[in-house]
Ligand binder design. Structure first.
Ligand code: COI
Length: 357
C-alpha cells in the first residue's frame, strides 16, 4: 500500500502575498500561493505534491463536468497566540470527505495523504493565515472525476486538490431568512448529507429568488411536507427555544456540519440543555408568538456563527431580539475562537497544530 509520509514541495518564484489587502478580505477572492495536487489512476492515489497555485489543463470531456462527480470540504486554519497555526477538526473533516466520496461512487482519500498533504500546504503558506480576530485561512479540499469520456459511467480517474484562501467574516450583518416552501434542497435518500457540488448548484435559483425578495438566505424545509426545518443555505441552523438549544436532528437530507457538532459539544460545557429533534415551522411560529424563541443562528465553517435577525414564515416576518454579549450564540462563538487560537484549553482535542519554525 502506498503511504504519504512526506510530500514534495515546488515553491513559487513569485509570491502574490504582498498584493493582498488583509483588511479587505472577501470570501474566496484571494487564493494562496500553493496548492496540493494528487491524481488517482489504476486504483490508487499517486505522486501528491505541493505546487504553485494555477490553472489546470483539462479536457472538456472530464466526467465531473457532465455527470457531477465532484465533492469538496470547507475547513479553517487559525493563527494561534504562540505563532503556530491550528487546523480545526482535521480528522472529522477527513471522515466527512470520505463519506461524501462514498455516496458519489468516488475513491476515498487516505488519511495520511489528507493530513500530511494539508499540513505541508499550511507549513508552506503559513504567512497567508490572517492574524485579525474574525479572519482565518479557509481551506478547500476538492475531489473531482478527471477521466475524459462522454459515456455515462463512474470515472476511473480523479484529481484531489487542496487550495486555501484568507477570509474575513462571511456575513457582515444579522440575517433575514425565508422559510422555503416551494423548492427543495434535498430529499431523504438523496445526496443532501454529502458535500457534493450539485447540492450547491441546485440551491442557487431559490436563493437568488429569495435575494430578489430582500432575504439573505433560505431556511430549507423537508421534501415531503415542507413542514420541518432542515438547514439554512450554506450552514446548519440552531435555535434557543424555551431555554434550550434546539437543532434539527440529522437525516440523510441534512449536512452533518462540523461547526454544528462542535457547538453541540460546547453547549454541554456551557451548561445549556440541548436537543437534536425535528423542528417544525409551527414550533417556530409558536415560539415567536409566546416569546420563547429567543435566538436563531446559522452554524457553518465559512459562516461560523451567523445571527439570524428575521425569519419569514408563510410570508410574515418574525423578529428576533438582537444577540447581545450574554446570548448563547455570542458566548459559544467566543469560546470556539478562544479554543482555535489557543486562548482556552482545547479539551476536546480539536486543533491540529502546525508548528511554524
Ligand atoms: C463551508 O462552510 O465551508 C461551506 O462549504 C459553505 C459554503 C461556503 C460553500
Amino acid at each position: 500500500m502506498t503511504t504519504f509520509a512526506s510530500i514534495p514541495v515546488k515553491k513559487t518564484s513569485q509570491s502574490r502575498l504582498s498584493d493582498i489587502d488583509f483588511t479587505k478580505l472577501e470570501f474566496g477572492k484571494y487564493i494562496a500561493d500553493h496548492m496540493l495536487v494528487a491524481d488517482y489512476k489504476n486504483g490508487q492515489w499517486h505522486a501528491p505534491e505541493i505546487v504553485p497555485y494555477g490553472d489546470l489543463k483539462m479536457s472538456p470531456a472530464i466526467l465531473s463536468l457532465h455527470y457531477g462527480q465532484a465533492v469538496f470540504e470547507g475547513m479553517k486554519a487559525y493563527k494561534m497566540k504562540d505563532g503556530n497555526v491550528s487546523i480545526f477538526r482535521i480528522h472529522k473533516h477527513h471522515e466527512r470527505l470520505n463519506k461524501s466520496l462514498a455516496r458519489m461512487c468516488m475513491p476515498e482519500v487516505p488519511h495520511d495523504l489528507f493530513v500530511q498533504g494539508l499540513t505541508t500546504l499550511i507549513e508552506t503558506d503559513h504567512d497567508w493565515v490572517p492574524r485579525t480576530e474574525g479572519s482565518s485561512l479557509y481551506i478547500r479540499p476538492l475531489v473531482f472525476a478527471s477521466e475524459a469520456r462522454l459515456g455515462v459511467k463512474v470515472s476511473d480517474e480523479y484529481k484531489f486538490i487542496i487550495m486555501t484562501s484568507p477570509v474575513g467574516p462571511y456575513y457582515s450583518k444579522p440575517l433575514r431568512v425565508k422559510v422555503e416552501e416551494h423548492y427543495v434542497r434535498a430529499a431523504e435518500g438523496g445526496t443532501g448529507f454529502a458535500k457534493c457540488a450539485g447540492n450547491y448548484g441546485g440551491a442557487f435559483l431559490p436563493t437568488q429568488q429569495a435575494r430578489e425578495q430582500g432575504f439573505d438566505q433560505v431556511l430549507w424545509t423537508d421534501a415531503k411536507e415542507h413542514h420541518y426545518i432542515d438547514e439554512a443555505g450554506t450552514m446548519n441552523v440552531m435555535f434557543v427555544l424555551d431555554g434550550k438549544l434546539i437543532t434539527p436532528k440529522l437525516t440523510s437530507a441534512i449536512l452533518d456540519g462540523i461547526t454544528r457538532d462542535s457547538i453541540i459539544t460546547l453547549s454541554h460545557d456551557l451548561g445549556l440543555p440541548m436537543e437534536e429533534r425535528r423542528v417544525s415551522i409551527s414550533d417556530l411560529a409558536e415560539g415567536f408568538n409566546n416569546g420563547k424563541l429567543t435566538e436563531a443562528f446559522g452554524a457553518g465553517t465559512a459562516a461560523v456563527v451567523a445571527p439570524i435577525a428575521t425569519i419569514n414564515i408563510h410570508g410574515k416576518d418574525y423578529q428576533l431580539p438582537q444577540a447581545g454579549a450574554t446570548s448563547f450564540q455570542q458566548q459559544v462563538k467566543q469560546k470556539l475562537h478562544n479554543i482555535r487560537i489557543g486562548a482556552e484549553a482545547d479539551e476536546h482535542q480539536w486543533n491540529h497544530i502546525v508548528q511554524i519554525v
